[in-house]
Write a protein that binds this ligand. Structure first.
Ligand code: PLP
Length: 410
């Protein structure tokens, strides 16, 4: 084992991974791109909140309300530091990446984009970085163009520069593809988009959980990610925005907490980030997110990335001579821990179902990236996705399982 982290030791901290599946099978969890498992410290942090600190935040004057507010705001500050952001006011807590991107489209997009404006997306986007823009484009008569994905699963950067010549108002792209594993050159792409005068939205759902992301260095205008993909709970996500943009944007949802004053005549909005956090937020989940940040920091994001790269290379080796197997996307050295593949003549759903019977959890389908599958002329793929708790033994099990699939369908 060359990995810099002992993943067996890490795996021990995830109760679900010790639980057998289908009565007596060892759970081989290869679906972390959909959602990651949660370490005990995250689960305990949420239990502790409900057992000892539960109260609504920001409004109360009693001790519990103050403690709950402090815990929630500490989680925001920790998450901000984790992604290299100095000013935690720039972090809006949302439900997930999808809501973060919708928030931008519904507020910034509605206010600042006008008929005929161009939005540049890429062919490898998740539906959550496509559909909000489609909805907005329909409403405001905007144009959308897509940066081409090359056969090797990387973006055609020449085409990107050509599209920037058309002076888009907005560029939105994923930091890492949830299907191809491609890690896009975000810093370079952001700089080029800024030179062309565009506002840049980065979908970091598959990036923040897997490698060190520093937004002070990257300088996107907006950056979105989800807690549940980074060992945190479901129901909590993040939208980072530059302060001047957030200040200029109208609110998203109306209600409690997002206002400063309400009269019979109208209302005035609260300061950021509260302006975008109407109603009682996911308090325990926010605190769980803070615990997930602590957990990932204790391992170290560079160690997480190195481990996943090593395992991805191992996955490529293990899968190399599986008959009829084709991996889509770039080589193991330039991708994150996502391996999507096809098996000639066997539908991905059948592959996933047989693997499941062996205790191996993978995903089959379009992975919320239908246009990308269309680009590769594939109705669906099977996806094995890795995280810090996976081991070489998991990939050996995948190989054995695939041999079984082929045997059944031979
Ligand atoms: N973007 C990417 C690249 C993803 O992989 C996902 C989820 O799989 C999302 C966005 C959406 O995340 P969520 O469902 O947490 O909103």
């Amino acid at each position: 084992m060359n990995s810099v982290i002992s993943n067996e030791e890490i795996a021990c901290q995830f109760p679900i991974l010790k639980q057998p599946i289908h009565q007596d099978k060892r759970l081989v969890y290869l679906d972390s791109a959909a959602t990651a498992q949660k370490p005990l410290v995250v689960i305990q942090s949420m239990n502790a909140f409900y057992e000892h600190t539960n109260a609504n935040i920001h409004r109360g004057i009693h001790a519990l309300a103050e403690a709950a507010t402090e815990a929630y705001e500490n989680a925001r500050a920790k998450t901000a530091r984790f992604i290299g952001v100095q000013d935690a006011r720039q972090l809006v807590f949302t439900r997930n990446t999808t809501e973060s991107i919708n928030l931008i489209a519904y507020t910034w997009g509605r206010k600042f984009l006008n008929k005929g404006d161009l939005i540049v997306l890429t062919e490898m986007e998740h539906h959550s970085n496509l559909v909000p823009w489609y909805v907005l484009a329909e409403e405001k008569e905007l144009r959308i163009e897509f940066v081409r994905v090359q056969d090797d699963g990387t973006l055609d950067m020449r085409h990107y520069l050509d599209l920037l010549e058309k002076k888009p108002r907005l560029v939105a792209f994923t930091h890492m593809s949830n299907v191809l594993g491609t890690i896009n050159p975000a810093k370079e792409m952001i700089q080029e988009a800024h030179t062309a005068g565009a506002v840049v939205v980065v979908d970091g759902a598959q990036a923040v959980p897997h490698f060190s992301v520093n937004l002070t260095d990257l300088e996107p205008d907006f950056y979105a990610f989800s807690g549940h993909k980074m060992c945190g709970p479901t129901g909590i996500g993040v939208l980072y925005g530059k302060l001047d943009l957030l200040n200029a944007m109208p609110p998203f949802l109306g209600g409690g907490d997002m206002i400063k004053k309400v009269t019979f005549e109208g209302f005035s909005t609260n300061d950021v980030p509260y302006k975008f956090e109407a109603g009682t937020p996911a308090i325990a989940e926010g605190i769980g997110m803070g615990a997930a940040v602590d957990f990932l920091e204790s391992v170290g994001m560079d160690a997480v990335f190195t481990h996943e790269q090593e395992l991805t290379q191992y996955a490529f080796n293990v899968l190399a001579d599986v008959k009829g197997l084709r991996i889509i996307g770039p080589g193991a050295d330039v991708r994150g821990g996502v391996v999507s593949f096809t098996l000639e003549g066997i539908h991905p759903h059948d592959v996933a179902q047989i693997l499941d019977s062996k205790g191996i959890a993978v995903r089959a389908g379009h992975h919320c990236a239908m246009p990308l599958h269309q680009r590769f002329n594939l109705p669906a793929t099977t996806r094995a996705s890795l995280y810090l708790y996976n081991t070489r033994a998991d990939l050996d099990a995948l190989r054995t399982g695939l041999d079984k699939v082929i045997e059944i369908f031979a």
